[in-house]
Design a protein around this ligand. Structure first.
Ligand code: 9D3
Length: 225
């Protein structure tokens, strides 16, 4: 997969993309990620990317031309899914991540200020995505979240140890509690069943714990089972 990102803060991506599984996926050639500075697609000497909103109101709006030119140039003749990260987008959930993981080329546009000129939607933007109901300062962190979720699903990125079966959100249940050594930590022990060696009892306990946690923290998911 190839991922291109259009942003006014290209430096934000450097430390995140050069660590952990995303770094390994790039080294293994499972994904190539290219970060583009939107200001390089401006033509005026101030490298202006925003302007005041028609109709008045607070803040600034991202101008259509720099983003339009950037997408056209980056896309070339390739087919690519163009995604704008913005608070008014569809919420990112695991089924949406799975869909994106099947694409050959993704172009991510990081929104800023009060948003982008809406005419870009018909012209170049395929979909808008939000990562949740809270206010961030821009689309950069959401783009990194999307990259992280998608890259780990690409074939050959995760080892068998980190395998993808039985994942939380696949079955609409949260993960069960996990413990590792020592069995007694500061006087706190672990559930006896986990030491029993009885795998069917262990599975039954884990399923029950998943249900209890989901009911307590994510009652909205219970209705989806
Ligand atoms: C909802 C706030 N808007 C009211 C006028 C202004 C506004 C605030 C912050 C518009 C854009 C932003 C920057 N946020 C993003 O670009 C963003 C985002 C987010 O804030 N929350 C969750 N997902 C996303 S994806 C992009």
């Amino acid at each position: 997969m190839r991922i291109d990102v259009i942003t006014i803060f290209p430096e934000m991506f450097v430390p995140v993309l050069n660590e952990s599984i995303v770094k390994r996926a790039q080294a293994k050639k499972k994904v190539s990620i290219h970060i583009h500075d939107l200001r390089k697609y401006t033509k005026d000497k101030h490298k202006k990317v925003d302007d005041r909103p028609f109709g008045g109101g607070p803040g600034m709006v991202m101008m259509p031309k720099p983003i339009y030119d950037a997408v056209k140039k980056i896309k070339g003749r390739r087919k690519a899914k163009v995604v704008l990260l913005c608070p008014t987008g569809k919420p990112l959930r695991q089924p949406v991540v799975k869909k994106y993981a099947k694409e050959r080329n993704l172009i991510l546009i990081c929104g800023h200020y009060e948003g982008v000129d809406d005419r870009l939607h018909d012209l170049v933007i395929g979909e808008r995505l939000s990562i949740g109901d809270y206010v961030l300062t821009g689309g950069e962190l959401p783009a990194m979240v999307l990259i992280d979720c998608v890259v780990r699903l690409l074939p050959g990125v995760l080892g068998t140890a980190e395998s993808l079966t039985d994942e939380s959100f696949e079955n609409n249940l949260l993960d069960y509690p996990q413990y590792t050594r020592p069995a007694n930590f500061r006087g706190k022990t672990i559930p006896n069943v986990l030491l029993s060696g009885n795998h069917s009892a262990i599975n039954k306990w884990r399923k029950e714990q998943s249900r209890i946690r989901t009911k307590k923290n994510r009652p909205d998911l219970i209705n989806k089972i």
